[in-house]
Design a protein around this ligand. Sequence first.
Ligand code: NAP
Ligand code: MG
Length: 492
Amino acid sequence: MTPKTLNIEAPALDFGEHWEYAPAPEGTKVEIAARYGAFINGEFVKGHGRKRLTTVNPATEETLSEVLIANPKDIDDAVAAARAALPKWKRLKPQERAKYLFRIARRIQERARELAVLETLDNGKPIKESRDVDIPEAAKHFFYHAGWADKLDYVFPGRKARPVGVCAQIIPWNFPFLMAAWKIAPAIACGNTVVLKPAETTPLTALRLAEIFQEVGLPPGVVNIVPGDGTTGAALAAHPGCQKLAFTGSTAVGKELARVNAGTSKRLTLELGGKSPHIIFNDASLDAAVEGVVQGIFFNQGHVCCAGSRLFVQEDVLPEVQQLLRARLHNLRVGDPLDKNTDLGAINSASQLATIQHYLKLGVAEGASLQQIKTKLPKKGYWCAPTWFEGVQPAHVIAREEIFGPVLAVMSFRTPEEALTRANNTPYGLAAGIWSDKGARIFDIAAKLKAGVVWCNTYNRFDATSPFGGYKQSGFGREGGRHGLLPYLELS
Ligand code: NAP
Ligand code: MG
């Protein structure tokens, strides 16, 4: 069957008041071309690769588009374009560089309706999350980094800040547009040029961002987008023409990339997986804590590297917390991601669903008690009902390994010391959450948790001004804030 261009009507979406630039009016159609190539040197090109990937809507299994799998020759072209663009871009007056980032941010806001719908179609996430988190946060990253472009010498006093060079960037499928913004905005604000590879199952919004680059007249070659699969990623990661590699994805691939680049002068930052703990103390406001836990694990179907997937509850309030949790979970709505009232959308791919199901079976075999909300799941597409395990032991695999799905492991503790030991007993260290009414306890525990981000009486709050990243096997390097500039600068 010859693929054809799709024209999808965007649902009516209220964008609220907190926008600098109003999104285009309702009724916007979202056009998805039958085929996409790569974006190299400011142009959309067919590419040399002969193979194509099919990106589907995971809520319906319908084909959205066929996309180039960029091959090593395409990577050579993209890196050459980034290299050629570098001298002019890094010498451009910083105020001028900033203007491009401002314009990109503005166009993201103006095209927000279309971007939100496209992200939800390609990824399966609920439209209210694309509308309220992914797209606005991406715009904020460009606004925020536009502000840094002409202040780099001030922010690191007494040092001269120079760009690193050509940056290879590889991103996952859970926040396709937002991760592209997290990667591209600091890199180009600092005067670097970029070759970015989106994930295989979600290439569409990064390619739409490339349209925005054309619209704002970003000089050709400053950002190049090469879609593809793991082979594309491997070719880009190993390319000798790049001075920096920034990777967000699984710990397994991250380790492989560290091996591949060992002994080279390439700079590396890795944002990897997690198994983040939520700790509820008996003095916490339990209603608020349960709400935070639910958001912490079921946001984006649990496809979140910092998902609060291990819950530790102080023993004397465990029965009450479990009761509140059950009641709250039964109110979650699972289904059509384009419906504004949906809380959980589709699992991103058949293979991710298979991984989640493997862990569900394993949890039962280990002796934990599987609990799921009763809900009618659509016949087509990839779905998993919100799940939590009671009676979990810290030694269980479901309490140790990242599931990357809507699955919570509920455990208990007696003393704060025990909570801390259990929370830190993990090879990961990305995030953590503490729920308590005692300020002194919060400060004490937060300081002792080995996690890049510790949220107190809240969870999953993101801000471009604040650094994000991990300890241990969750990776190294930070994104966001002043710390997020460092990987993209040579300081002398
Ligand atoms: P993944 O398999 O590691 O993929 C991540 C990216 O790497 C994708 O673009 C992928 O391409 C590419 N890739 C695959 N094999 C590669 C190779 N050998 N060399 C170079 N690139 C390669 O991870 P995923 O399953 O997509 O994402 C989920 C994981 O990412 C989770 O473990 C999660 O915790 C982690 N994550 C971490 C953060 C963070 O900020 N720390 C954020 C989001 C996700 P294809 O998609 O084409 O295979
Ligand atoms: Mg898709």
